[in-house]
Every structure is written in C-alpha cells, then in structure tokens.
Write a protein that binds this ligand. Structure first.
Ligand SMILES: [Zn+2]
Length: 121
C-alpha cells in the first residue's frame, strides 16, 4: 500500500486550457494531441476516470500514472498500474508520480497532478 504525499494540483492550468478551447483561443488539435503510445499506455495501465471527457464527452476518459525519480533508471517516465507502483514503492521507498488524464476518443490529455508515492504508514 502507498499514499501520495506532497501533492501538486494542475487543475487550475487544466481549467485555463479548457476555457481557451471553449473560447476558440486554442485549437482542438493543439490540446487533443495524445499519440498512439500515450493512448495505449492509458488503456493498458490506466483506469476509467468515471467522468466524461471535458472535450468530447466520452465516458472512456482514463487516468494513468507515470513514474519519475532518480532511483528508477530506465523505468523513469513509464506508465504504471497500481500494483506495479506498489512494487516500485516497496523497492525504492518513494517514487514520483504524475497523474495524467487521457481520452482515447478525441486525444485530449492533460496533467492532473503530481506527487510522491510513499509506503502507507
Ligand atoms: Zn475526449
């Protein structure tokens, strides 16, 4: 088991991007640019977000965690499911995590937040 400490939310920035999309100041192609690898990572390692995509309304919006940190070596920057992240936390003590939402339907993707996963005390 792990918990996320030192959380940083990126929801304000996300709201600004969505507002710019609605206002036409930002083109949809610029914001909905998830490539095939990101969508595959979200499908394989992520989970259904349980809310609609803010751009296209799809119910297939997913949340996926990417890990970062010095101890990870070649694993840095890769997507990880919950069990894999638990194993990394058990091995390394702490693992940086970025939580990203990805829509396989329209390609919308945005960083929701970041933090550090540590063993639950
Ligand atoms: Zn979408």
């Amino acid at each position: 088991m792990f918990e996320i400490v030192r959380p940083v939310s990126h929801r304000v920035r996300r709201a600004r991007v969505l507002a710019a999309l609605r206002d036409g100041q930002l083109r949809r192609q610029a914001a909905c640019d998830a490539d095939a690898r990101l969508i595959a990572a979200a499908r394989f390692h992520g989970r259904v977000a349980g809310r609609a995509c803010p751009v296209c309304g799809s119910d297939q919006l997913r949340e996926v965690r990417f890990v970062y940190g010095d101890g990870l070596g070649e694993r840095a920057g890769t997507a990880r499911g919950r069990r894999e992240l638990e194993a990394l936390v058990a091995e390394l003590g702490e693992v940086g995590v970025h939580l990203v939402e990805v829509c396989p339907g329209c390609g919308w993707n945005h960083l929701l937040g970041s933090g550090v996963a540590v063993p639950r005390s």
